[in-house]
Design a protein around this ligand. Structure first.
Ligand code: TXA
Ligand code: MG
Length: 353
């Protein structure tokens, strides 16, 4: 068991001496959790195969699901990829640094284990000052999946990382809460037209304004487990965002959702089952259950995205048996929220109205 060091850093003006302590661990093949604008990442030197193996081990992550490589300077892309398509240049101009990950054909510089044996590589330039400082001071690209145990909700605070990974990693840089709260959008540019493999912090609408023909992989809006022979994104087939409790997602129009959530709550109460409800500002007063929490207003998907993973963890920590969650509109960040809620429910979706 490792002695995990927790270091508080100012998210806007990180202390270089603290960053350097963390960077030293990365350079020596260690593991450092750090804040990004989306969620916390667990970083290791992307070009050091042993460090990457330790990263998979610490997260208990299946070896066939590759992490995203984080860079601080656009010139880094060139040595990691075979070619930079024109369309990628455009997206990097518009959305980097920020919550957008691009998939390229990879170069031989990237060790095979870092990309799980694929011929492509996922790259993103985060916007968070702590993440950028860590990458720069480590002097290497940093591979970083979300800093949670595999299958759990992604961490949006250092405390979440601590709960999952204390004793398994070297350092946690605590830079406060992640601002966006859902992971980056993953766009595949090794195909043309480009395809969104995972919805996230960059909205599909914003990408559509740049490339009219960009498409959504069927998995993005899947309402059931898809059996994809040739999954474009390996992460698609693994269990995700799952709390201990059973999650039931109720989708449909708002009055029908309210009626269905009430019915389900009554049903479970009669059975003596402890119920938590993830409602919204507009609906939360309609319910009486063991725990009722609001994700935020149905008219503000930014706020809902920010609180989603935190609330999944918080409600789960109350040891409820069942979490009933309301579906939300799929516009803007709502597409990512819907995708995460569906996965968290293991596609246990009830359609109301
Ligand atoms: O916001 C984020 O993206 C966060 C922060 C830490 O940057 N990172 C994150 O990483 O969410 P992770 O490993 O939890 O998710 C990476 C996703 C997975 O679904 C993985 O399958 C996919 O990106 N991915 C990685 N490499 C890929 C590749 N070469 N082709 C297709 N999908 C890939
Ligand atoms: Mg993850």
């Amino acid at each position: 068991m490792k002695n995990t060091l927790m270091l508080k850093v100012d998210p806007h003006n990180p202390d270089p001496t603290k960053i350097d302590i963390a960077a030293e661990f990365i350079r020596k093949g260690g593991l450092v959790a750090f804040p990004t604008e989306t969620v916390y990442g667990l970083g290791a030197d992307a070009l050091n195969p042993e460090a990457i193996l330790a990263l998979f081990e610490a997260k208990k992550r299946p070896l066939d699901n590759p992490p995203i490589i984080h860079i601080a300077d656009r010139s880094e892309v060139c040595r990691l990829v075979e070619e930079v398509p024109k369309k990628a240049e455009r997206l990097m101009d518009l959305f980097w640094p920020g919550p957008l990950t691009l998939i390229f054909k990879r170069s031989n510089t990237v060790p095979s284990v870092t990309v799980a044996g694929l011929d492509t590589v996922a790259i993103r330039m985060p916007k968070h000052k702590v993440a950028l400082a860590l990458i720069r001071q480590s002097c290497c690209p940093i591979a970083a999946p979300s800093a949670n145990l595999a299958g759990k909700p992604s961490p949006t605070t250092a405390q979440h990382v601590f709960e999952d990974l204390n004793g398994r990693i070297d350092v946690i840089l605590d830079g406060g809460s992640a601002n966006i709260g859902v992971e980056s959008t993953v766009v595949d540019l090794s195909v043309d037209p480009p395809m969104v493999l995972r919805p996230g912090g960059t909205s599909f609408e914003a990408l559509r304004r740049v490339f009219e023909d960009i498409s959504l992989h069927p998995f993005v809006q899947a309402e059931a487990e898809l059996t994809l022979g040739n999954t474009r994104s390996p992460g698609m087939k693994h269990k995700h965002y799952a709390p201990k409790a059973e999650v039931i997602l109720v989708e449909g129009n708002v009055p029908a959702i309210i009626a269905k959530v009430k019915d389900l709550t009554e049903f479970y109460k009669l059975k003596g089952v402890k119920v938590g409800i993830l409602a919204t500002d507009e609906t939360q007063t309609c319910y009486t259950a063991d725990i009722v929490r609001s994700l935020g207003s149905r008219f503000n998907m930014e706020l809902v995205a920010r609180s989603l993973f935190r609330l999944l963890r918080e409600v789960d920590a109350e040891n409820v048996d069942v979490i009933i969650a309301e579906g939300v509109p799929s516009e803007g960040l709502g597409l990512a929220v819907t995708n995460r809620l569906r996965k968290a429910s293991g596609y246990h979706i009830i359609r109301a109205g």
